[in-house]
Design a protein. Structure first.
Length: 184
């Protein structure tokens, strides 16, 4: 663990304020759930809770199926980072933070279909991603109990490929199914 040099006192209700700089760095927003752990040394650890991270193996099954069926790179993310990737080297996306552009699309709660051949501008999926590598993208928010919990992303790197209505419907349906599973 890294020391920050920041000290906070617990108030009479047992609360402690997480400094703004740390919240911004870790992308912790108001209302985000945190898991609380203790270790043998008496340390208290706060970890940002990811409901999608809880179903990582199921997410991998979904991305594998999407890749085999559609032939597009398939990713599932929580609100902050990619949880599962199929059709690419896992290290290329796994656990990498989402780009602000993807975050903005997820926050809009609207599925986006972007095709280079139709004049759309491709966006980076992660902070260190190269959008010029893509010819088509679909980004679908995953909602559970009315809250955004993540996203489903389909990508094509093949020149001239466009995302079809079928790709759109499959992405939308899969995002809805994953959201419903998270509600149970």
């Amino acid at each position: 663990m890294r020391a920050t040099g920041i000290v906070r006192r617990i108030d009479e209700l047992g609360r402690v304020v997480i400094p703004k700089e740390i919240r911004r760095t870790l992308r912790i927003r108001e209302g985000d759930p945190l898991e609380i752990f203790t270790d043998h040394d008496g340390e208290v650890v706060l970890k940002k809770y990811s409901p999608i991270g809880e179903i990582a193996t199921i997410a991998k099954d979904y991305t594998d199926s999407l890749y085999r069926t559609l032939g597009h790179v398939a990713l599932i993310s929580d609100r902050d980072a990619v949880v599962s990737a199929s059709g690419v080297n896992k290290r290329e996306y796994a656990e990498k933070p989402l780009s602000p552009e993807v975050d903005q699309i997820l926050q809009s709660r609207q599925l986006q279909v972007l095709n280079l051949a139709s004049g759309a501008k491709m966006i980076p999926v992660t902070n260190d991603d190269r959008p010029d590598a893509y010819s088509a993208q679909i980004i679908a928010p995953i909602l559970a109990d009315g809250e955004i919990i993540g996203g489903l992303i389909l990508l094509s790197r093949e020149s001239g490929v466009q995302m079809s209505d079928i790709d759109h419907k499959v992405a939308e349906t899969t995002a809805n199914i994953v959201g419903r599973q998270m509600e149970q």
